[in-house]
Design a protein around this ligand. Structure first.
Ligand SMILES: *[C@@H]1O[C@H](CO)[C@@H](O)[C@H](O)[C@H]1NC(C)=O
Ligand SMILES: *[C@@H]1O[C@H](CO)[C@@H](O)[C@H](O)[C@H]1NC(C)=O
Ligand SMILES: *[C@@H]1O[C@H](CO)[C@@H](O)[C@H](O)[C@H]1NC(C)=O
Length: 377
């Protein structure tokens, strides 16, 4: 509207003056109905349009720890907690995108009209919250070439089209499992989904969700298994510039049914999507918890040279022996190096909140080391 006013030439007739007044009046009504910018500086409500060569994609699950993130790195933040206008304003002040969470029951959007309604709702929500896109996080099982399979692909395509049209420069991303080989029965059309998305966040974790061999505690994201899966994605001819490597900033705490002399921890058989044994036998634990726990543990930090991952054993107050597998800067380093070497789009993590952001020097040093490891070492 302001651009329109600037083009008004001085020799306007009375009538066109009237028309302009009417236009301005009616558009100010429209403005009143639109969302009010919550930022101290109104320009911070403008969506981010700039393309970034290297993405650091952060999932945030709520709370205020975002204040302590390394904002020299963050390029996109997926707001999976409750909407926080302060965070949106702050991210924009740092040139970082903030994107919505998108999740929907696939059987409910097989119908094209229902799908369109869902997309319209998300576009309107993004506009009213001054967001820069959406991260579609659907982890449901889908059979290849089922109605849901096609509905999902169309959802991504139509969501990307609608966001790009309605919010120029916005980003539509999609989260995929660590491998495209129907992991967790998620048989999606990865190639077409990647084609329509601006980027694909590969969840390079939970890699023990379907254990078919010995039912034992293992690394969340063993190095060679993790990197081999990128070859599979790349071999599908998915553009490497679309792939963001997702790292876990959490580990798994397993209660051991038995612990062998060699330190192998057998775990309870908890089936998952067709596999007899799963990491669902363990509990997900934040890096900050792990750093507290490792010091008083039975073994201290150990290193598994096959999986290239740290782990330790501890005894719970009830006497039960546990084994904890996790990622730390040493296991993350070669993954980040691969991201650079393979020229992927970027790196990210689930999730940004779970480091120890307190003032204590030890915590500060550990937290800084985790952020820095994202850029390699
Ligand atoms: C990917 O394709 C290349 C070249 O065709 C081949 O050498 C490689 O083994 C493939 N990798 C996987 C994991 O299938
Ligand atoms: C754990 O132990 C290490 C090495 O002894 C020490 O540097 C560090 O301060 C301890 N960490 C915590 C969280 O107590
Ligand atoms: C954070 O680290 C400090 C220092 O190691 C420790 O005292 C505190 O308990 C930790 N907080 C959490 C939530 O782990």
């Amino acid at each position: 509207m302001s651009r329109g006013i600037k083009t008004v030439r001085p020799h306007l007739t009375f009538l066109s003056n009237m028309l302009w007044s009417l236009l301005i009046l009616s558009s100010s009504f429209l403005v009143c109905r639109a969302a009010v910018c919550p930022c101290a500086r109104p320009e911070l409500c403008q969506q981010i349009r700039k393309e970034r060569d290297f993405e650091v994609f952060v999932f945030d699950v709520g709370g205020k720890t975002w204040m302590f993130y390394d904002w020299t790195m963050v390029t996109t933040l997926a707001m999976f907690g409750k909407y926080d206008p302060e965070l949106m304003c702050y991210a924009h002040s740092k040139g970082a995108r903030v994107v919505l969470k998108g999740d929907v029951l696939l059987s409910s959007i097989v119908d094209q009209k229902q799908r369109a309604a869902w997309i319209t709702e998300k576009v309107n929500l993004a506009k009213s919250q001054f967001m820069d896109g959406i991260n579609i996080d659907i982890e449901q099982k889908v059979e290849s070439e089922s109605p849901e399979y096609y509905a999902l692909t169309n959802l991504v395509k139509e969501t990307a089209e609608a966001f790009h049209r309605e919010i120029p420069g916005s980003q539509v991303s999609f989260d995929v499992a660590w491998s495209p080989k129907c992991v967790d029965k998620r048989c999606y059309d990865y190639v077409t989904i990647a084609k329509f998305s601006d980027l694909v966040f590969v969840m390079s974790y939970d890699e023990q969700s379907q254990i078919t061999g010995d039912c034992i505690a293992m690394a969340n994201a063993p190095l060679s298994q993790t990197l081999d899966a990128y070859d599979l994605y790349l071999n599908l001819s998915i553009d490497h510039k679309k792939l963001v490597m997702g790292l876990p900033w959490y580990g798994y705490d397993y209660s051991c049914l038995s612990l062998s002399e060699e330190g192998v921890c057998t775990i309870e058989k908890v089936p998952f999507r067709g596999a007899p044994c799963s990491d669902a036998a363990g509990k997900q634990k934040a890096y900050k918890w792990i750093m507290q726990q490792v010091n008083g543990s039975m073994t201290g930090r150990l290193w598994d040279d096959n999986q290239k991952a740290p782990y330790f054993n501890y005894k719970a107050p009830n006497g039960q022996i546990h084994q904890v597998w996790y990622d730390d800067p040493q296991s993350i380093c070669p993954k980040a190096a691969y991201v650079k070497k393979a020229g992927l789009r970027g790196i990210g993590m689930w999730n940004g909140n779970i480091l120890n952001y307190s003032d204590e020097p030890v915590a500060r040093q550990q937290t800084a080391a985790m952020w820095n490891a994202l850029l390699g070492c």
